[in-house]
Every structure is written in C-alpha cells, then in structure tokens.
Design a protein. Structure first.
Length: 360
C-alpha cells in the first residue's frame, strides 16, 4: 500500500477531528480500522473504563475509582505514517511517588509483526500536566503493525491519534483468537511499577501470545469480593481467567473469598480454564520469616481449594506457584521490595507463558 493513499480513502466512515499546521491529521481511535482492546464495556458506555459505568451490583469504593485507570488498554492498527502522535487528556495529573510518570500516565508504542513486536518509544509528560501531546517518529514510510498501550495508573478522558495526512491506515492483523484472557488481581497485576505500559505482565503476555487480555488488577483493592466476580463473570467467551489477588488479602480472607469467587465464575463459564496464581516473593522475606510464612499459608489455602474443585470434577482449574517467578534473586526485581521493575515483570511473564499455553 503506497504512501499516496490518503488516510480517509481507506475507510469512508472515519471522521477527522482536525488537521494541524504540521500536517498531522487527528483521528478518533474508537472507529474502524483502529482496534480498541482491553475495555470490555466500551461499546456500552463509550468511556475508557475497565468496569461498566453505573455498575449493578455496585462495586466496592476502591474498585469503582480504580476502574477508571486504563491498565491493559491497547489500540492496534497498521499504517505507513512516519509520524504517529497521541493527544491525551488525563483524568488527573501524574502523582506516583514510586512509579515513573511514563508508566503511570504515558502511552508507549510497539511495532512489528504479531508475536514479535518491539518497543519503539514512550510519551514523556512535561510538568506533570493533565494534557499532553507526544509524537513518535520512524525513519521511513513503510506499513507497520502498531500497538499503542494506555497508561497503567491514570484515567484517559480524551484521546486522539495523529498520522501524516497522506498516510495509509488499515486494520491490524487479527489475534490468534478474540476470546480474552482475563487477569484479576492486585497492584502488580495492574502494572505497578512498570516504567512504561507495555511492560505490565499482561501486556507482555498479550504480545507474546498474540491474544487479547483484559487487565482487572486493582491496586490494594482486588480482594475477591463477590460483586466483582459477578461483573467478571459477565464477560462473554473468555479464553481463560487468571486469579492473582493473594497479595491484597490475609490468608484467612483468602480462605473466605476464593471458593465463592470461583463458584460465581463457574456459574457462567463451567469449562473455561482458571489459573489461581500465588503471589511472588517480596524482598522482605530475606530477613523476615513471618512474611515468608504468611505467603506460604496463603499459597497452601489456594492450592487446597483448587484441589477440592478438581476432586469434585473440575479439571480446568489449576494452581500455579509463582513465588519464585522473579528468580532466585527476586529482591533485585523490585522498586520497593514488592512491586516489580520491568525485569521483574518480564521474568513473571516468561514463567507464566508456558503455564498459560498448556491450558489454552
């Protein structure tokens, strides 16, 4: 496809928001041929949000607020534009004290064939503003598969994508399967504290598997509540559920919540694979035996519950011990002793990958 084909000629339904003095044409990414991924309820509510607006049943207060964080969101498309820009209005200024603004509130860009995309850049936010524009540049005009990842720890009120006004744009190559892998869990599942959005473990896995993911990690608030399970159970045709919320609850709370959470999912998805994943080891375990004992207690509870479901005939539920997924030197893989660096997320994804592939 040549560079002479104007972006508007590829899809007559595309609407142009504006054309600027620098020759960028600004488009709404919620229209064809862009593919929006990770926001299951977007078609219903038209907002970048991870649970529905006005949910029934009501969500816990923390989950309700964090649903506006756009972790796991993706925009996929093909273009030969040498310039790809984002114009962003955030819900709040970046404010994390242990996570880069590039990860909490930036967009990043990956390019390349499905399953082999590589990182090409991240938006930097001047002055911790709520409004910013960032331009990614390529040296030549050739058709590329593009993925833009949404911020992990902020909300996006408005987004436009800018391309060279004479560039071509087309739909991305399809996923291997459109059934999403749904990850429910903690701040780590949400993506704290990746340096840029593409390094959250669900985003890494989405690239490696060429499958859509829905990130339902809620910082400090993924606690296995039944109303949350009810909303998750309404996701149609999921390929898999991953339950990774141990780090947010004490062992006794895990014992209370996990069986009921699984039963709610099984009420609508009786055979969908479920992976119950234990928490990764924290640096504190090196000198605090109590911290390690707490993790071992929760792990035992998770394993026993999974074994009970399997003994009752559910062979599509599995327990995964993720304690050392970040390696024997796990303490070197964190920002603050618990939340992973990019290295930690990469090691987690590398270890989760074969466990997922075996069950799909």
């Amino acid at each position: 496809m040549s560079t002479e084909i104007n972006v508007l000629e590829l899809d007559e339904n595309m609407t142009v928001e504006s054309v600027d003095e620098n020759g960028l044409i600004w488009l709404n990414p919620n229209q064809s041929p862009f593919k929006l991924v990770g926001f299951y309820w977007f078609g219903q509510d038209k907002v970048y949000r991870r649970f529905p607006v006005n949910p029934d049943p009501a969500l816990p207060t923390g989950v309700e607020a964090l649903s506006n964080h756009t972790a796991g969101g993706q925009i996929k498309f093909k273009t030969d534009s040498k310039r790809i820009a984002v114009k962003v209005k955030l819900l709040a200024p970046p404010s994390m004290d242990h996570m880069p603004d590039t990860g909490s509130s930036g967009f990043d860009i990956y390019a390349g064939a499905p399953g082999k995309q590589t990182f090409c850049g991240v938006a930097r936010i001047p002055g911790r503003n709520t409004d910013y524009t960032h331009e990614f540049q390529f040296p030549e005009s050739i058709m590329r598969e593009i993925t833009l990842y949404f911020p992990l720890y902020n909300g996006v009120e408005k987004l436009s994508v800018g391309l060279d006004k004479n560039a071509a744009i087309a739909a991305p190559k399809p996923f291997i399967d459109d059934g999403p892998i749904v990850v429910y869990g903690t701040s780590i599942a949400q993506g704290g504290c990746a340096s840029h959005p593409g390094m959250c473990y669900s985003n890494i896995l989405s690239r490696k598997l060429n499958r859509p993911f829905i990130n339902l990690g809620f910082s400090g608030n993924g606690k296995g509540e039944p109303e949350v399970a009810e909303h998750i159970s309404r996701i149609k045709d999921p390929a898999m559920f991953i339950l990774d919320y141990e780090a947010n609850v004490l062992p006794e709370r895990m014992a209370e919540t996990l069986p009921g959470f699984i039963r709610i999912l099984r009420g609508k998805h009786p055979t969908t694979p479920i992976l119950v994943v234990s928490k990764v080891a924290y640096a504190r375990e090196v000198f605090d035996e109590g911290e390690k004992n707490k993790r071992e207690s929760s792990k035992k509870i998770e394993r026993e519950n999974v074994e009970k479901f399997r003994a009752a005939g559910d062979k599509n539920i599995h327990f995964i011990d993720a304690g050392l997924f970040q390696g024997e030197d796990f303490w070197e893989c964190t920002v603050d002793g618990g939340h992973p660096t990019d290295l930690g997320f990469y090691r987690m994804a590398e270890n989760l990958l074969p466990e997922i592939e075996k069950r799909l």
